[in-house]
Design a protein. Structure first.
Lengths: 98, 464
């Protein structure tokens, strides 16, 4: 089942080694200083920023299908029981008909 | 010998309450794990006849390689959880350990018994201790989650009981091997099997029976969350697979592919939009169950191998992620991804390994089983492979959200007790080890699949 596995693993290690060599021998990116730095940041003070994980995939959250899916998971027990009843019906129909 | 593992765990539960020593639970789970591993290595199939009654009259336990494979995973996780809980649980620890031992005993009993009513009894032991563990913290989230779990869980358990009663009424036997001989594939029998399958589908949180899980996990202590996303799910899948294959219900495989695909997609999408890390991991677990269900639903040998391999990997990965994120929650007391920002290199590496494994990136264990699932589904329907690959990409996308908590510049350095770090490091190591040497996992999975497919051996061993 995993006959070619050793060669796959070796290839990965080879690529990792190649990456390390390129990284080690390459020219390091340096942080711009003084006037050049000001040009990069449009002359404004540049602080470290972080993005809240809540902002990740915000577009996905608002898309129609996903919004509906969220609303279906309302946290209400009666809704969960409805899901359960639907599941029971589907399984019993499938089991008896197939 | 195997029966003593369950007795040991049940006795340990009571000893924990009497003596309040952590070592009792750690010892009993470790001893059970070792005994089960020995049985897997040295025995092909073992039967235990309680009271000396020959089947089908008495209760019989049948430990074939499939049952033992599941038992190894359950006891292994329980041992790591017992170790992890020594520091995580601070108050009423003896009660937590007592419930953990009972839960493990229930899970083990389900995987080892050959009597369908006895299976239900252990299923209930497992379920009742689960409800108590979910409400362990007794705060709003815990009680809400436990109540929802209790109500829907009791409903699903009663479906199993009705199914078993129907089977007993039709055949007059409860021994699974004897049932195989006496059943026919007519609507009354099929209805009974359908009812039993509903109970196990609930336990494995297959959509649309999944809704309880995120709520329950949100309120539960992290160590119990590890059990719920790994061992409990596994026992649900075990029940479904055992019932499907022993009673030859292979016409249901298409239905399981359908449920698997839906579970995989909806689980991943809902994980993507979560902000509570515990809920995200719960949905992630649901999505992985979809992979397993789809793979087993393929019905082919390669499908079963890939599904079982993913059971093994899912246990390692979900346990790793829960344990490492649990360390963060332990230090910060926060579960919202918005509010957590920490620095800890060991946890960063461990979580990254977990996420990369979960997404099926090469060199990690998740890749091995997902690759097997891709190839197995390609033989049946290439569109299933496409869906599985796309869902892997979504998995990586929500994984990035989790890793981001370690990269916030305002993050504080946290220190974690060694007792909690040991399980994290062990699980991370296993994820890489199996990723590089997949034959290790295959040596566990292949005998289990062979045992499941060789039902004649099971029947002749039990009935003689």
């Amino acid at each position: 089942m995993f006959e070619q596995w050793t060669s796959v693993i070796l290839s990965f290690f080879l690529f990792i080694a190649l990456g390390v060599i390129i990284y080690a021998t390459g020219r390091r990116a340096t942080r711009p200083e003084n006037e050049k730095y000001k040009t990069y940041t449009c002359g404004e003070p540049f602080d470290k920023v972080s993005i809240s994980p809540d902002n990740f995939y915000r577009a996905a959250k608002k898309s129609i299908g996903i919004k509906d899916l969220r609303e279906l998971h309302s946290g209400k027990l009666s809704d969960y029981l409805l899901w359960f009843v639907v599941g029971v019906a589907i399984i019993l129909i499938l089991v008896v008909w197939t | 010998m195997l029966e003593y593992t369950v007795f040991l765990l049940i006795i340990s539960a009571f000893l924990m309450l009497a003596f309040k020593k952590d070592l009792i639970a750690i010892f009993s789970t470790a001893a059970s794990f070792i005994i089960i591993c020995m049985a897997f290595l040295f025995k092909n199939i073992e039967t235990v006849r309680f009271g000396g009654w020959a089947p089908p009259l008495g209760i019989v336990w049948v430990a074939d390689k499939f049952g033992l494979f599941i038992a190894i995973l359950i006891t292994g996780v329980s041992f790591l959880v017992a170790l992890y809980s020594t520091k995580y649980i601070k108050e009423k620890k003896h009660r937590f350990y007592a419930l953990l031992c009972l839960l493990t005993a229930g899970l083990l009993g389900v995987s080892l018994t050959g009597d369908i009513f006895n299976m239900y009894v252990f299923f209930e032991i497992m379920s009742i201790s689960s409800y108590a563990i979910v409400s362990f913290f007794l705060d709003k989230d815990a009680i809400e989650g436990a109540l929802k779990y209790l109500i829907i869980g009791s409903l699903s358990s009663s479906f199993i009981l009705i199914g078993i009663a129907l089977l007993y009424g039709l055949t007059g036997t409860l021994n699974m091997a004897d049932l195989v001989i006496k059943i026919s594939h007519t609507p009354p029998y099929l209805t009974a099997f359908g009812l039993i399958l509903i109970g196990f589908a609930f336990k494995s949180a297959i959509i649309p029976f999944h809704a309880w899980k995120p709520d329950a996990i949100q309120g539960t202590p992290i160590p119990a969350g590890i059990i719920f996303t790994t061992a409990s799910v596994t026992i649900g899948i075990y029940g479904i697979t055992r019932i499907m294959f022993i009673f030859n219900l292979l016409t249901l495989t298409t239905a399981f592919i359908f449920f698997g695909v839906v579970t995989m997609i909806i689980g991943a999408i809902l994980a993507l939009i979560q902000i509570n890390v515990k809920r995200m991991l719960a949905y992630s677990c649901i999505s992985q169950v979809g992979y397993i269900t789809m793979a087993i639903g393929l019905g082919t040998r390669s499908g079963l191998i890939s599904g079982f391999y993913h059971i093994l990997n899912n246990i390692l990965i979900e346990a790793l992620l829960f344990a490492s994120i649990g360390c963060v929650i332990y230090a910060t007391k926060e579960t919202s991804l918005d509010k957590i920002s920490v620095k800890n290199n060991t946890l960063l590496i461990a979580t990254s390994i977990g996420i990369l494994s979960l997404a099926g990136v090469p060199l990690f264990n998740g890749f091995v089983s997902k690759w097997l699932i891709y190839t197995a589904s390609l033989e049946v329907n290439p569109s299933l492979t496409v869906i599985a690959v796309v869902i892997s990409a979504i998995t990586l996308a929500y994984g990035v959200k989790i890793i981001s908590i370690f990269f916030n510049p305002s993050g504080k350095t946290i220190k974690i007790p060694k007792a909690m770090l040991v399980p994290v490091v062990v699980l991370a190591f296993l994820c890489i080890l199996i990723g590089i040497f997949p034959h290790i996992g295959l040596s566990l999975v292949e005998p289990a699949v062979n045992a499941l497919l060789n039902q004649n051996h099971y029947l002749t061993t039990v009935l003689g």
